[in-house]
Design a binder for this molecule. Structure first.
Ligand SMILES: *Cc1c(COP(=O)(O)O)cnc(C)c1O
Length: 372
């Protein structure tokens, strides 16, 4: 690889892995439709290519957070059912309704705003959200009967589904899961009693993998589609994202020389250093300085000294890498390279945050696998 063709920093997205993961999730929920969650630019993987791969692998719905995300997919030619669930009051619901995007309502006020935006002679497809215990979005149980009857009486609205979201599905056996399921069942009874016949959806990835009794009509997996496992049990998921760079410069320093800002690391022996042109502006957290490895030249090697805005330094000992040699910052972990989960564990966060923050203007994205 010549230096000019090697990336500063690059994120590879394996669309075959996305398809594999979605096929696995689909096989686990034979009775339900799969809504592939592609919010936040598909958790940093790129909404449009992931949406296409997900549909190829059997997703019959795509879920986004904002209406803008859903409209971008529609305008790019995605014809699959789209559901977007969280927007600001000023959002232009009419554009969503005209584009055939299903909308969510958590309150009578939201339902009224949607109804008021419905073009004459049409209907908005709405999913009513019940807050079963996450205490975030959704209608609290006390207001549910009112929301349901307002929706049932609103001719401009077609109630497609009722839905909710779990707080602790990634801790199988957590008592809140059953408590939320019970409230969800009660909310469904209220909707039926009001004359509605909605679909139901509740399960995120963790519930898809561990609670078949909560799959209902549609499931909403996100993280597992990207190959990251939210539950303690092992699953045959393939992480789709690899973050890589390439050696830009190699130099030998003598024992006693210190490295990078603050001189936090001093060589105890003569050693070869590899300069890697990826830093915190590219998604390498500065707080991993001195406690991360990269995969370089067939093994893990430590990053020494501070991670800078644009670059980091790897201690290679007596191994002499070539300029342009591949450096893997994180990947699926199959060769022994660090993973997004390993970064997350060190940083006290979850791998969701690691991959989702990998959308950076300076980081090149490349798609691998069929259809890329
Ligand atoms: C993000 C999200 C999901 C997907 O959750 P995962 O844990 O990534 O599977 C499902 N439903 C809603 C409402 C979400 O916001």
């Amino acid at each position: 690889m010549t230096p000019s063709s090697s990336p500063r920093a690059q994120v590879d997205i394996d669309l075959d892995a996305i398809r594999h993961n979605l096929a696995l999730l689909g096989a686990r929920t034979p009775g339900a439709e799969v809504m592939a969650v592609v919010k936040a630019d598909a958790y940093g993987h790129g909404a449009l290519p992931v949406a296409r791969a997900a549909v190829e692998a059997g997703a019959s719905w795509l879920g986004t957070c904002s209406l803008g995300e859903a409209l971008d997919l529609r305008r790019a030619g995605i014809t699959t059912r789209l559901f977007s669930w969280l927007d600001v009051p000023e959002v232009d619901f009419a554009a969503g309704i005209e584009a055939g995007v299903d909308l969510a309502a958590s309150s009578v006020g939201e339902l009224r705003r949607i109804a008021a935006a419905v073009p004459a002679g049409t209907q908005a497809r709405v999913h009513l959200k019940i807050d079963t215990g996450l205490s975030r979005n959704g209608c609290p149980p006390a207001g549910w009967a009112e929301l349901v009857s307002a929706a049932a009486a609103e001719p401009r609205v077609d109630v497609v589904a009722i839905w909710s979201h779990l707080a602790c599905a990634d801790e199988p056996g957590h008592p809140s899961i059953d408590a939320q399921a019970k409230r969800f069942a009660e909310a469904y009874d209220v909707a039926r009693a009001a004359g509605l016949d909605p679909k139901r959806h509740l399960a995120n990835s963790a519930a898809v993998l561990t609670r078949p009794d909560l799959h209902f009509d549609v499931v909403r997996p996100g993280i597992a589609m990207y190959g990251l496992n939210p539950v303690p049990q092992a699953e045959d998921l393939r992480p789709a994202m690899t973050f890589r760079s390439a050696v830009a410069l190699v130099k030998r320093i003598e024992a006693g020389e210190s490295v990078s800002y603050g001189h936090t690391w001093t060589a105890s022996h003569d050693t070869n250093l590899a300069l890697v042109p990826a830093g915190y502006a590219d998604g390498v957290p500065r707080s991993l300085s001195g406690r991360m490895d990269v995969w370089l030249g067939g093994q893990r090697r430590p990053v020494v000294g501070r991670v800078c805005m644009d670059q980091l330094i790897v201690d290679c000992g007596d191994f002499e890498p070539g300029v342009g040699d591949e450096v893997v910052l994180f990947g699926p972990g199959t060769k022994g390279e660090p993973t997004a989960r390993e970064w997350a564990d060190k940083l006290g966060t979850i791998d969701y945050e690691i991959v989702t923050s990998m959308y950076r203007p300076r980081v090149r994205r490349r798609y691998l696998g069929a259809g890329s």
